[in-house]
Ligand binder design. Structure first.
Ligand code: TRP
Length: 457
């Protein structure tokens, strides 16, 4: 029986451990670096509202489906789906979901690790007092100088890649649980303190207004696609990360509650990050549309002005490095266990191959900010293209295939026993969203954003 199989890679010690690991995967640069800057680029309140709707109606139902696949299959994403397809008499071609996921994970990691490198550089600078009393102009110049130096970016990217490889080669669970349980609350506390600082020193009213007051006049299909892509990205959905974490979950645990907790924590952190950053952006006279540098420039100004900012800022960046690191592990883990199971190699070898690949691809992102700025594909530089391709295309595609496969093609008995949805109403709501609402919404938004104009409004 599928239900009693356990993963050969070990099992979580408890439900809390799974929640922690999944939250560790979900909360990362996506919440604190990416969410504020894309909210800034896409006009604020309306974008935030659409984002939250996407988390609720698309993200959470798909999350349940994805964890189901892992918990039932208990192998790497490709093999899990093959195993389940055999049991359920479905085509083995659904394995392609696993393959897209592994690819998306490595592509994301390639730029994620570059940005994590920026965080390390900024932790160092803050610790050495380089940013004390810096003004907005100075912060902008510092950031521009920093990213225009490919060697520097490469050095930090390399350090982060090596750390990820070392940790992954030791196995996911030793260390991850205890790191997350200590560091995640600390990150939350620091983020709250930053929001308070922002409320006192920044233009809090206008910052809040920017983030919470929806102005729909600026919303286009592309805005909606980006908000939806961010929901996938931030919840770590659509590429098998949660499938892998789900496969380490013991069989008697209720998935829905767990997923709702993870999604809520993730959204909370993103909203707090926005609340901390936008008031300072406004009061310091920075641009909302600054792009990927927004977090770094804003925080430099904030920590530079804050009493005790040197210590506080250093701690904040260090915690952000940890958050990025727990996310990176989940980006690489699907490829690692796939390599181990498929080619029978050791974990260390698999970790080296996977992070080596991501490291190499990361060079594309590094040069997007300097010597390769002019290289454009569809009017996007390499970094923007990788981000667009993964967040807005591969993850949503992976996500709908997962949810269609699970909600339409898997027997109800299996869903019931693995998902453990106790209330009938909740089960109906999940079926409705997983079968119809989420897939239709994703397809509709993607087609419209690609210019097919299926407008019904
Ligand atoms: N969710 C992480 C963040 O917000 C990034 C991440 C980790 C991710 N694992 C993932 C994104 C899997 C997509 C898929 O920073």
């Amino acid at each position: 029986m599928a239900i009693n199989r356990t993963s050969s890679h070990g099992e979580w010690s408890s439900r809390t451990a799974f929640i922690l690991a999944a939250t560790g995967s979900a909360v990362g640069l996506g919440n604190i670096w990416k969410f504020p800057y894309i909210t800034g680029e896409n006009g604020g309140g309306a974008f935030v509202l659409i984002y939250i709707l996407c988390v609720l109606f698309i993200g959470i139902p798909i999350m349940l489906s994805e964890v189901y696949l892992g918990k039932r299959g208990r192998l790497n994403p490709i093999a899990s789906i093959r195993y389940i397809s055999e049991r359920e008499n479905r085509s083995k071609n659904w394995q392609i979901i696993g393959l897209i996921g592994i690819l998306a994970g490595i592509l994301i990691l390639s730029y994620y690790s570059v940005i994590a490198g920026w965080t390390m550089a900024y932790a160092t600078r803050t610790a050495f007092g380089v940013i004390n009393n810096i003004d907005a102009l100075g912060a902008t110049k510092m950031f521009n100088d920093f990213v225009s130096d490919p060697e520097r970016l490469l050095a930090w990217h390399t350090i982060f890649s090596i750390i990820t490889a070392i940790v992954v080669s030791k196995g996911v669970k030793s260390g991850l649980e205890s790191a997350v349980i200590r560091l995640m609350p600390a990150l939350l506390v620091l983020l709250l303190a930053l929001v308070i600082f922002s409320a006192i020193e920044g233009d809090f009213m206008n910052g809040m207004k920017f983030m919470l007051y929806p102005d729909f006049s600026q919303v286009t299909w592309k805005t909606i696609l980006i908000a939806m892509g961010q929901a996938f990205f931030s919840l770590s959905l659509g590429m098998g990360a949660l499938m892998v974490y789900g496969s380490y979950l013991s069989s008697d645990i209720s998935i829905p509650q767990t997923c709702v907790i993870v999604a809520s924590l993730d959204t909370l952190v993103a909203l707090l990050a926005g609340l901390a950053i936008f008031p300072i952006v406004i009061s310091a006279g920075l641009e909302m549309t600054q792009g990927p540098g927004l977090l770094f420039q804003t925080l430099t100004v904030a920590f530079g002005a804050m009493p005790g900012g040197q210590l506080f800022g250093t701690l904040f960046f260090i915690l952000l490095i940890f958050a990025a690191w727990t996310s990176s592990i989940s980006l690489i883990e699907p490829m690692v266990i796939w390599l181990i199971e498929k080619f029978n190699i050791s974990r260390i070898q698999a970790a080296i191959i996977s992070s080596g690949t991501a490291w190499l691809l990361g060079i594309g992102t590094i040069v997007s900010f300097n010597i390769g700025k002019e290289i454009k594909i569809f009017n996007m530089n390499i970094f923007e293209m990788l981000d667009y391709l993964t967040s807005n295309i591969l993850l949503p595609m992976g996500g709908i295939m997962i949810t269609i496969y699970v909600s339409w093609l898997i027997s109800k008995e299996s869903i019931d026993s693995e998902l453990n949805i106790r209330s009938t109403i909740l089960r109906r709501i999940w079926y409705l969203s997983a079968r119809i609402i989420a897939p239709l919404a994703v397809i509709f938004v993607m087609l419209n954003a690609l210019g097919f104009n299926l407008t019904i409004l």
